[in-house]
Design a binder for this molecule. Sequence first.
Ligand SMILES: *Cc1c(COP(=O)(O)O)cnc(C)c1O
Length: 371
Amino acid sequence: MHREAILLTPGPLTTTLRTKTAMLRDWGSWDSEFMAVTAGVRKSLLDIVRGHESHVVVPLQGSGTFSVEAAVATVVPRDGHILVLDNGAYCKRAAKLSTMMGRRTTLAPTDEAQAVSPAQLHALLEKDPSITHVVLIHCETGAGVLNPLAQVAQVCEQHSKGLIVDAMSSFAALEIDARSTRFDALIAASGKCLEGVPGMGFVFLRKAILDSCIGNNASLAMDLYDQYVYMEKTGQWRFTPPTHVLVALAEAIAQFEEEGGQAARLKRYQANCQTLIDGMAALGFKPFLEPAIQAPIIVTFHAPGDARYEFKKFYEAAKQHGFILYPGKLTQIETFRVGCIGAIGPVEMQQAVHAVSLTLQEMGIASGKPA
Ligand SMILES: *Cc1c(COP(=O)(O)O)cnc(C)c1O
């Protein structure tokens, strides 16, 4: 019997039927009902970071990367200097887009099996006063590392530097409190831990820096300041909004609030992550990260050492058993990843482990033990 596979990928991810059903209606972008949905979503997003006093939130059409690029180009002046704390693939992407936006960009490399270091940041800012902004990836989805946001924000504040946070895969699951953690811009998207469908991002901008954003962005479509001003004035989006994505997000946020908000979501993802790691360990699999820096969002596992292992076959066989896995994103060693986020709980994670066990049997692999 056909059943839709469960996505163990960190966006797009598995959504509830309720969220999917919300998309079965067409909306006029100028209509007051749709404008009310936009306003409601913006209010809820600010609630989540307790940012009503200090920040505004600006939604933007497109995947999450569009919003990262828009945030960099809107917030950083053209003669600014960006330092990217780099411990993985999404950090490198942020650095690449910063360079392509014409901003001077410096990478501060850290091993991808480690969290970035606030002490190293402090030293780098002391050494190079020309740095104006720091870019931090909160949860580096490449390996799954949790980076120390609060401490990095503190160092940036001490040095009076701007901070841009890519919180794409952490927002709504890990705690972020704008009252105690100062950031100039923080970016997330519809299709991650809020469990909406992909298609729009949103950026929290610190009110105190809004005026300094005027004229920074050389793009019309990607200018968050312009989008903000227009939205405040008219209640509408500039240019065609992703109507179905937004109403699905509103429905997903309603379920997020019913579940108990960020704390409840974190608890479920932690249970998912622990169930996964324990179950996979029993099959011989070893996680790539130390538990202390493992975010409960996505887990990187070493590939099995068995010569019969091949990711493509492994993926296809697991899919036949109803689960979509994710390739690894590390440069040096062979790994694969399993997401813990989406409208799934520990029962689905147990089933996923069982699917992996059947997959190993079919491939003639005795154990997931790495080489
Ligand atoms: C998902 C994600 C993004 C955005 O990726 P898109 O493919 O553009 O949606 C950016 N940063 C991180 C850390 C992510 O996990």
